[in-house]
Write a protein that binds this ligand. Structure first.
Ligand SMILES: CC(C)(COP(=O)(O)OP(=O)(O)OC[C@H]1O[C@@H](n2cnc3c(N)ncnc32)[C@H](O)[C@@H]1OP(=O)(O)O)[C@@H](O)C(=O)NCCC(=O)NCCS
Length: 161
């Protein structure tokens, strides 16, 4: 099932950003020399398929991959324009860092980057945690999207969701 997000209604969450900053967490766009580090992080914690998607997003100009970092350590990532243009994902947070608001901050920052890129709506492809997206940014299911653009994929892609 795919979800739809109205990008024109997505707002920055200043309180969340401030809380993460106080805890030493920075959310920012990934930089070219970080590709291998992020690829290894995604492949080890999620799947080879997600690492491939991340790499495609990374090749956009500017990189369509945002990361959360603390003390020089990667905690999470979020991409757009990977499986298809206008799609958010994949995204993931290191298991040890979940529940701190990092996934939500990455989601909002990435959706705002999509809006800046010129999109009016974002699709979230084959969404796993539907409630997370519904609560964080008001995402709604897209009727008839059960198979999504992933239909017929060679490699099982969503092993981690
Ligand atoms: C989904 C994921 C990115 C969320 O990251 P996180 O940093 O743990 O999430 P946050 O701490 O920012 O949570 C924000 C809010 O969403 C809620 N939430 C988090 N995960 C949720 C889930 N799976 N289902 C429903 N709600 C969820 C939190 O309780 C929190 O609610 P609050 O604002 O009321 O306190 C993370 O759990 C993850 O990496 N999961 C595995 C990979 C995955 O499924 N990616 C998405 C594929 S489409």
């Amino acid at each position: 099932m795919d979800l739809l997000v109205r990008l024109y209604d997505v707002a920055a969450d200043a309180a969340l950003d401030a809380r993460l900053r106080e805890n030493g967490v920075a959310v920012r766009r990934a930089l070219a020399p970080e590709l291998e580090t992020i690829r290894a992080f995604v492949a080890a914690r999620f799947s080879a398929g997600w690492a491939s998607e991340m790499q495609v997003a990374f090749s956009r100009d500017p990189t369509a991959c945002l990361i959360a970092v603390r003390d020089g350590k990667l905690l999470g990532f979020a991409c757009y324009d990977a499986i298809a243009l206008g799609f958010f994902g994949p995204t993931g947070v290191d298991e040890a860092a979940r529940g701190l608001g990092i996934g939500k901050a990455l989601l909002i920052r990435t959706l705002l980057a999509m809006r800046e890129r010129g999109y009016g709506y974002a699709a979230i492809g084959w969404a796993g945690p539907v409630d997370f997206y519904a609560r964080a940014v008001g995402a709604i299911p897209i009727p008839g999207s059960e198979k999504s653009v992933y239909a017929g994929l060679l490699d099982p892609l969503l092993g981690a969701s």
